[in-house]
Write a protein that binds this ligand. Structure first.
Ligand code: ADP
Length: 293
């Protein structure tokens, strides 16, 4: 039984009509994706991580907890889809091999933008606790940027396997990312590692250009004493596939502008899968498994 069913309804937050007040089935692993500030590609990493894990055969849920600025409707192409409620439960959208739920399909995002802490807290708990996730191996949570209320609510509500911090290579982005990592530490959430997004650009000439100074996030991970989980290039196909709501295309060289992006996303998925597996064992969420090859 999860703690969500014990969470009081936040003042000012109206439950969605027709929903039962029940606890969620838990995922074997819960991985939050956070960033020190907006625009560094946190949601892009969360979406592509979820798809990468699903492509490895795992049953994956993706929760858009960026209550104040949900981007999943765009990134997953949910705009024309209706949010349905069945037997008192929100039905996640089954797209791109994952199950996804977002506040963006429940309220006008412009209204959510002005919600105060308790309302966002109630909305988060409703999304977590009243979604019909079914059996999940992994639940990936796309957090709002920065160090705000939702991360605190999440830490109080769910037992996380760990958090991934996304950052761009520049020094200012790193400073914010360090603050985000410290916040996870203070909330008792293990930092699984750091992903560097917009790390480098591969030109038509096939050369790599380090526009923002590749490698900054790796150094920062070293300073924090956490693993470096991979570098994702700046890639026009990633941007257009995201705008068109089709992350599956990022994993096929024919629609991903070549090999670099699929390789980087798969390597990131593998690294996070590995770190989450060992973190889950440390946290007593999973038993060690022996793989004989
Ligand atoms: P955040 O969640 O940190 O605010 P998003 O994931 O929404 O950021 O990304 C912001 C914008 O940058 C989106 O338009 C996204 O498609 C684009 N973007 C993110 N990462 C990359 C990348 N590596 N290459 C090209 N565009 C990217």
């Amino acid at each position: 039984m999860s703690k969500t069913d014990q969470t009081p309804q936040a003042p000012g937050h109206r439950p969605i009509p027709g929903l039962a007040q029940e606890s969620p089935p838990l995922a074997s692993r819960i991985i939050a994706v956070g960033a020190g500030k907006g625009g560094v590609g946190k949601s892009t990493v969360a979406v592509n991580l979820a798809v990468a894990l699903a492509r490895k055969g795992r049953a994956v849920g993706l929760l858009d907890a960026d209550i104040y600025g949900p981007s999943l409707p765009t990134l997953l192409g949910l705009d024309s889809m209706e949010q349905t409620v069945l037997a008192g439960k929100l039905q996640p959208h089954a797209v791109h091999g994952i199950k996804a739920i977002t506040i963006g399909k429940l309220v006008d995002p412009d209204k959510a933008l002005i919600w105060r802490g308790p309302m966002a807290h109630g909305a988060f708990n409703q999304l977590v606790g009243q979604t019909d996730w079914g059996e999940l191996d992994d639940l990936v949570i796309d957090l709002p940027p920065g160090t705000g209320d939702i991360a605190l609510t999440m830490a109080q509500t769910l037992k996380l396997t760990g958090a991934v911090v996304v950052c761009t290579p520049q020094r200012v982005a790193q400073d914010d990312a360090v603050r985000a990592a410290r916040m996870f530490g203070q909330l008792g959430i293990e930092v699984l590692g750091v992903v560097e997004n917009m790390s480098y650009f591969v030109g038509d000439d096939g050369k790599e250009y380090d526009i923002f100074g590749k490698g900054g996030a790796e150094q920062m991970a070293g300073r924090l004493g956490v693993p470096f989980l991979g570098a994702i290039p700046i890639n026009t196909a990633l941007r257009t596939n995201s705008d068109e709501g089709d992350p599956t295309r990022n994993f096929d060289p024919a629609t991903a502008g070549g090999e670099a992006l699929p390789r980087a996303l798969e390597a990131m998925g593998d690294a996070i899968d590995r770190e989450a597996a060992t973190a889950a064992v440390r946290a007593g969420q999973a038993k060690p498994t022996l793989r004989v090859t």
